[in-house]
Write a protein that binds this ligand. Structure first.
Ligand SMILES: NC(=O)c1ccc[n+]([C@@H]2O[C@H](COP(=O)([O-])OP(=O)(O)OC[C@H]3O[C@@H](n4cnc5c(N)ncnc54)[C@H](O)[C@@H]3O)[C@@H](O)[C@H]2O)c1
Length: 470
């Protein structure tokens, strides 16, 4: 019954013009058949969210272990709310996971590419092999025209390249319509970001195709920007580069605060109340990491370089970020009177709270540096079970600090903020707590007889209180 309904819907779809599609999917009763190629952080969350909106979704991945797990109720990533959403939509039969491209692409109206675009090992450029392989797989297995949508963060010009590739491999399914639809979700709040996006960006030389993709999101009532493909691709890079710039800016200010005895948390509070500046991303700390900011800033720098430009600001943003963990290590070394042979506990392994993603984690980079300097490192994270090979694993945060000379808080998990510091003091050998995310209340830590160091914090200051209206 379900199959014949879909076939009827498909043949109806084929008879329509593209402008009709826009209206078709804008109608709440219409269901689109969406295929997602790449079932990672973005593909899985996007697929589950589209299913939640009522669409028929198939998620394809080449990782058979991941697909087997998903078909047996095992999530490959930690993301709050995602498991329930997947269960719900699998039960309703509108979310399917497969490694079979023929099955996954059959009758698709929209095919989203959501594979990784990591940085190449030996340069700042993007490794585009996964995107172009996905495009070739689509060309090989697609059996009818569909709109292809690129969600992978990709260098400017990629949509055109995908379109050329599809056209050269399968001209009979043309003209191919490829839309750029960059993704802005944040790990840790990915479901909310997908269901309540701040904006939806669509880039396509064919306005109707972009509008058809836009209508998939109609029920979310988010602002939609439809533009050309290059501008859409650039919006993603410029957004991430800007956020990374804010982080490096406040980290540089934190170093100046440290030198001049000012408190960066209070400075950020005072700056952030200005609506032209805003409070977000002005938290001084260990620097940014993760699977996006480092590689996206590098990619934009690389694109500028290749265009004969001299991207001084982007270069400085990366440099400040890389220097930050060394600056933190130097402060630790001074406070401890040396790192070699010290026992150091590190709270946090993932690159930020509420995720298990350890890609380019600043916590791991700092811990690795301390290990290289001769420290014995013990790590704990609420969701990452396996620490890097050089570190000892602890199964609780309090186990991690047993016998430690210093504790480094490397991610701002709520579980760390709400610690009973007297218990930490009892278990540690030393007394130093280094809050590399400026997330703790210094007075609470100090009240337990511990020494507190923050990033650009004035020792005796508590976190800035709510401003008093005068
Ligand atoms: N992770 C984020 O927070 C985030 C946010 C916004 C945008 N992005 C961008 O989204 C893209 C995907 O990122 P991610 O973090 O989800 O990556 P990921 O590494 O978690 O997932 C990629 C998935 O694609 C699969 N894959 C690779 N080649 C394939 C192919 N030919 N066919 C089918 N599956 C294939 C891999 O097995 C993997 O499961 C990247 O371009 C990234 O920059 C990521």
């Amino acid at each position: 019954m379900r199959q014949s309904l879909n076939i009827n819907r498909r043949s109806t779809w084929l008879r329509r013009t593209l402008s009709d599609i826009t209206q078709k999917f804008a109608c709440e009763e219409e269901v689109a058949r969406i295929t997602i190629v790449g079932t990672g952080y973005v593909g899985l969350t996007t697929g589950a969210s589209f299913a939640e909106m009522g669409h028929d979704v198939r998620c394809i991945d080449i990782d058979s272990e991941k697909i087997r797990g998903l078909n047996h109720g095992r999530l490959p990533i930690f993301e709050r709310g995602l498991g329930d959403m997947i269960d719900h939509n699998q039960t309703l039969g509108r979310l399917i996971f497969t490694t079979d491209f023929d099955l996954g692409l059959k009758d698709a109206d929209f095919i989203f590419i959501a594979v990784g675009t990591p940085q190449l090992a030996d340069s700042s450029s993007v490794d585009m092999r996964f995107v172009f392989k996905a495009a070739r797989d689509i060309a090989e297995h697609a059996c009818a025209p569909a709109i292809v949508v690129n969600k992978s963060t990709s260098p400017i010009g990629t949509v055109r390249e995908i379109c050329n590739l599809l056209t050269s491999h399968r001209p009979e399914l043309g003209p191919w319509r490829v839309v750029s639809n960059p993704e802005f979700l944040r790990e840790g709040s990915a479901i909310d970001d997908c269901m309540r996006p701040a904006r939806i960006v669509l880039g396509c030389d064919d306005h109707h195709a972009a509008a058809a993709v836009g209508s998939l999101y109609e029920t979310l009532h988010s602002p939609v920007i439809i533009t050309d493909t290059n501008s859409a691709e650039m919006i993603k890079y410029a957004s991430n580069a800007f956020l990374a710039t804010k982080i490096s800016f406040i980290n540089e200010v934190a170093r100046i605060c440290h030198a001049l005895d000012a408190d960066v948390a209070t400075v950020a509070e005072g700056m952030g109340l200005d609506p032209r500046i805003g409070r977000e991303f002005l938290q001084a700390g260990l620097g940014y990491g993760g699977s996006c900011f480092p590689k996206d800033v590098a990619a934009l720098t690389d694109m500028a370089d290749r265009s004969g430009l001299h991207p001084q600001l982007l270069t400085a943003v990366t440099q400040i970020n890389e220097d930050q963990r060394h600056w933190v290590a130097e402060i630790l070394e001074t406070a401890l009177g040396g790192i070699s042979a010290r026992s150091i506990a590190v709270w946090g392994i993932a690159f930020k709270p509420c995720t298990d993603d350890t890609r380019k984690s600043a916590a791991i980079a700092l811990a690795d540096h301390l290990h290289t300097c001769g420290a014995a490192v013990t790590m704990f994270d609420p969701v990452v079970v396996e620490p890097p090979a050089f570190a000892e694993a602890a199964s609780t945060k309090l186990d991690a600090v047993a016998g430690a000379d210093a504790l480094i808080v490397a991610t701002e998990w709520e579980e760390f903020v709400t610690t009973e510091w007297a218990e930490v003091r009892r278990r540690m050998r030393g007394d130093l707590v280094f809050d590399t995310r400026n997330c703790l209340d210094p007075l609470l830590v100090q009240a337990a007889g511990l020494r507190y160091i923050g990033v650009g914090r004035k020792g005796a200051f508590s976190p800035a209180e709510d401003p008093v209206a005068v």
